[in-house]
Design a protein around this ligand. Sequence first.
Ligand code: ADP
Length: 307
Amino acid sequence: MRIALLSREPGNYSNRRLVEAAEARGHVIEVLDTNRCYMRITSNMAEVHYDGKVLPRFDAVIPRIGASVTAYGAAVLRQFAATGAYCLNDAAGIVASRDKLLAHQILAQARIPMPVTAFANSPKVTRDLINLAGEAPVVVKLQQSTQGRGVVLAETRKAAESLIDAFRGLEANFLVQSFIKEASGADTRLLVIGNKVVGAMQRQAQEGEFRSNLHRGGQALAIKASKEQMSIARKATRQLGLAVAGVDLVDSADGPLVLEVNSSPGLQGIEAASGADIASLVIQHIERHVRTLGPARDVKATRTPSE
Ligand code: ADP
């Protein structure tokens, strides 16, 4: 197969591992900088251009699009899909997973358990917004937060109100969420590939910190996920229309709750903790799909030009 890996960071661990795994399985893989891709949109042929040339047709595309370029990355990915390439995760799934509000709404439709979450546009309802999420402490999250950067714990109602005022002053969109104290700074990351859980790790936040992100100094350890955790993670991935996802769960008194579904999950922590060769499993998943679809159509040759 000829595979394109869309990323702005060719040297990072996950991308290196995916390139290694694809080459080890006899494929040709090229890393393309998402922002350097551009496109020619016409009604009878789809083209993606790069450095002054039209790109050859790829059988599959692995999107590893950074949060800062989600909208443009999604457009590039749709264009690759229009050329007939199999996209590991599609643009709609990536866009939904990046927007915490949209993702929670989509997951709620399928009755997937999550912490109670409240959202509002009007500054007049701040008090009620906190009530809707439960009593303080509450967690206030920027809608587009990643790596725990925009996630803050407000211990008291007063602190929550000040925080919300500050976020509003910055014109930032945010969610207010009930704080799951029982989680004690731990969460579980399950890696799902094609409706199967292929890796699990527990992340424990540093002393005095409630966010367990590895980027925030959290420690990862291997765990065996429960049936319930696995079933929720598979369902959440499917519901967002993703083939590959890292699903973050916290354990509450009422069972596991979904915090986030990540459509470009990092491989380093989960490969180290679980010992699984996740990169090869991703490539094998692509092989199965491209085989099922058959070699991608040559869109230029098969589409009839409009009259
Ligand atoms: P991000 O996408 O920025 O990583 P998350 O929603 O995943 O944001 O939150 C980051 C971390 O903060 C989680 O991994 C978890 O450890 C902690 N956390 C987030 N929301 C809650 C909550 N409602 N209750 C308890 N802990 C939470």
